[in-house]
Write a protein that binds this ligand. Structure first.
Ligand code: IPD
Ligand code: CA
Ligand code: CA
Length: 259
């Protein structure tokens, strides 16, 4: 696709995301069905499914040749990233959506022949939309995000779930060496927070492509780094660990957890 076509597709995806967010906000006062999926930490509501269905209908109508990898399984059974693939998490942070009614996001990554071309992470309740088109910088709403500044581990704010510390005690070193550790419960948003400097690194041991696709495109535009926990390239095809970080502490974080 030519440059202007990516721009058109991006503006359309942004518009759909605004509409989807509006509809999620409207649903906040309603009672919705909540189901557990794999375990008690893994929830889905009818709003998650309706949001994915909304994107599916729009994409099928405008881009019938594109494929869809969506968390709720309404799209295609995607096993490779050939052609153009929309990687969608209709609500990232469903536990927050259900319990706290804030700190959840729509996450969208559009990949072409395996390369992340468009990233959108929309914090629905804060009305903060993080976006990027490959090679054109990252934005928070209409404001361009600067390239990530120099930061040291001692002055950094990290984010990971307390459960991961129980699984890998080496993370305790990072708790001690950093300024503070936070946990927001919405991976896509936490990657976007690394991109805008609110966090300096985010670590998870078990994420799916839809949790990381949108955020990783945005992070790349501010020279942030995203790999798995061992420093290997992400494939966006199956579950993996994640380290998304400011480039100035990325190597030190890897060293701390692997030494
Ligand atoms: C979850 C959130 C959470 C992360 C989980 C994800 P979901 O996504 O991003 O922060 O720890 O691994 O599955 O289920 O709310 O879309
Ligand atoms: Ca998710
Ligand atoms: Ca989800």
């Amino acid at each position: 696709m030519a440059h202007q076509d990516w721009q058109r597709l991006f503006l359309q995806a942004k518009q759909w995301t605004k509409e989807a967010g509006e509809s999620i906000r409207k649903s906040m006062g309603d009672t919705f069905e909540v189901h557990t999926k794999a375990h008690q930490h893994d929830l889905v509501t009818d709003v998650d499914r309706q949001t994915e269905a909304f994107y599916k209908d729009k994409i099928r109508e405008s881009y019938p040749n594109h494929r869809i990898m969506g968390e709720e399984g309404l799209g295609d059974d995607v096993k490779d990233l050939v052609g153009t693939v929309w990687i969608i998490d209709p609500i990232d942070g469903t536990v927050n959506f259900v319990h706290q009614q804030c700190y959840f996001a729509i996450s969208l990554g559009i990949f072409h022949e395996g390369i992340g071309m468009v990233g959108i992470v929309y914090d629905v309740m804060a009305d903060e939309m993080f976006t990027a088109v490959k090679g054109q910088g990252a934005f928070l709403n209409e404001e361009a995000l600067p390239v990530l500044p120099k930061v040291s581990l001692e002055e950094s704010i990290l984010s990971f779930n307390v459960g991961w510390v129980l699984k890998d005690r080496r993370l305790e070193t990072l708790v001690e060496k950093s300024r503070a550790v936070r946990s927001y419960g919405a991976a896509a948003l936490e990657i976007a927070y690394v991109a805008c400097g609110r966090l300096d690194a985010y670590i998870s041991f078990n994420l799916a492509p839809w949790d990381i696709a949108g955020g990783s495109v945005i992070l790349q535009e501010v020279q942030g780094q995203a790999t798995n926990y061992k420093g290997k390239e992400l494939t966006f095809l199956g579950k993996d660990t994640l380290l998304a970080a400011n480039p100035h502490i990325y190597k030190e974080v890897i060293r701390e957890i692997h030494e």
